[in-house]
Design a protein around this ligand. Structure first.
Ligand code: PMP
Length: 407
């Protein structure tokens, strides 16, 4: 396959060069978290060894250097998302914290009893629970756009659910349980026609496709560094300047203030207003290194390569009579969620692990999706830029082994 030289890329990921249970590691749990290239690991070591100090505070040289690197990473994120301003990029702990920030800072002061928050039936728990908590606090009501048996959003139902009571749409760009890529551009356009702002949960989409927040015209976009080959503990909330400016701080503390007296505190400007306390300085800088790494390969090349990998895996999987693919949307990212007739997904996961193959077995933090398909769990193979066609073959052989053991 042209475009992505996996043999070379795999050299960049030291963790992949190991055996598990005496077998070469086949890492297919990228939707949970991705492994880190040497460039990211080296960045972390180098910054701690050479440039580390607290940011935004010191006049001293190290602090200035750390601040420059930290703000440089923010600029890399801005460019990667094509946001208009770097102060529209808020560093958070991850997608979860970004969504909670919007729920509490945007939703809580605004939403009233009877207002509606629209989500979809394929959301991750982190794009469900913060809204349920907000509903409890405000009396707002959660509405859910249903999906069909392929795992595709029902667009006519979406239209029907949009009303003058709708105050926000929160939707996954790509589902972690099904792989479905939602037509977010169209959803956003329709929502905006009703004056409804839109938060896009980009946790799964960001490693697999180019994202342009201005082209999408989304109001908020959230993602996690650790799924984009960057460190865990750092993530991003993009928000439109005019919305972020109207929102109160999410947390109080250092860095988010301009002036504090015991009578009154003046808040800092964007983005610092939302970044109380010492941030994950080095993780943010290393997220910048991860973005550089991905762009060095090219996100379009990665997307095309993974499309072919998924097509191959799907074709092979469909040949296994006992296997059911959960999630067969026409537009899908590199995730293969499946069940085997009368074999529990945890047994699939355990046997595959003994063959050195790492897949996820469980509800994938999307219990309502499992309920909809009438399964307690699925096994999920999820692919990243370093996975190979040979690894797909290993997975398929592994599944045959599982059937042999339990058949
Ligand atoms: N949304 C989706 C679609 C996800 O896949 C995940 C991670 N599994 C999250 C949100 C939450 O991300 P994090 O745990 O990094 O905050």
């Amino acid at each position: 396959v042209m475009g992505v030289d996996t043999a070379r890329i795999r050299q960049d990921f030291p963790i992949l060069r190991q055996q598990v249970h005496g077998q070469p590691l086949v890492y297919l749990d990228n939707a949970a978290t991705a492994q880190k290239p040497r460039a990211v690991l080296d960045c972390i070591t180098r910054v701690y060894a050479e440039d580390y100090a607290n940011v935004h505070r010191g006049v001293h040289t190290l602090s200035q250097r750390a601040t420059e690197l930290f703000e440089g990473a923010r600029e890399k994120v801005r460019r990667h998302l094509n946001a208009r301003h770097s102060h529209e990029i808020i560093f958070t702990r991850g997608t979860t914290e970004a969504i909670n920030l919007v729920a509490q800072s945007y939703g809580r002061p605004r939403f009233k009893a009877g207002d509606e928050i629209l989500i979809t039936a394929m959301e991750h728990h982190s794009n469900i629970v913060p809204w349920q908590m907000l509903c409890e606090q405000t009396g707002a009501v959660l509405k859910v756009v249903p999906i069909d048996r392929t795992g595709t959003l029902l667009l006519d139902q979406f239209e029907a659910l949009l009303s003058n009571r709708t105050r926000l749409l929160a939707v996954a760009h790509m589902s972690n349980a099904l792989g479905t890529i939602n037509p977010v551009e169209k959803l956003i356009e329709q929502a905006h026609r009703h004056g409804v702002p839109v938060l896009v949960d980009g946790a799964q989409a960001i490693p697999h496709m180019a994202v342009d927040v201005q082209a999408l015209d989304c109001d908020f976009y959230a993602f996690s560094g650790h799924k984009l080959y960057g460190p865990a503990g750092i993530g991003v909330l993009y928000g439109k300047e005019e919305l972020l400016n109207k929102m109160p701080p999410y947390q109080g503390g250092g860095d988010m203030i301009r002036r504090v007296t015991f009578e009154k505190t003046e808040y800092n400007t964007l983005p610092y207003k939302f970044e109380a306390g010492t941030p994950s300085i080095v993780d943010a800088i290393a997220l910048g290194a991860a973005i550089d790494y991905v762009n060095g390969i090219g996100i379009e090349a990665i997307a095309e390569y993974e499309r072919q990998l998924l097509a191959y895996a799907t074709e092979q999987a469909l040949r296994i009579p006992d296997l059911t693919i959960i999630g067969q949307a026409a537009d899908k990212g590199a995730i293969l969620s499946f069940t085997l007739h009368r074999i529990h997904p945890h047994d699939i996961g355990t046997i595959l692990d003994h063959l050195g193959i790492a897949v996820r077995a469980g509800h994938h933090c999307a219990m309502p999706v499992m309920d909809f398909f009438g399964v307690p769990a699925t096994a999920r193979a999820s692919f990243g830029l370093y996975n190979t066609f040979e690894e797909v073959d290993a997975l398929i052989a592994g599944i045959h082994k599982v059937i042999e053991v339990f058949g």
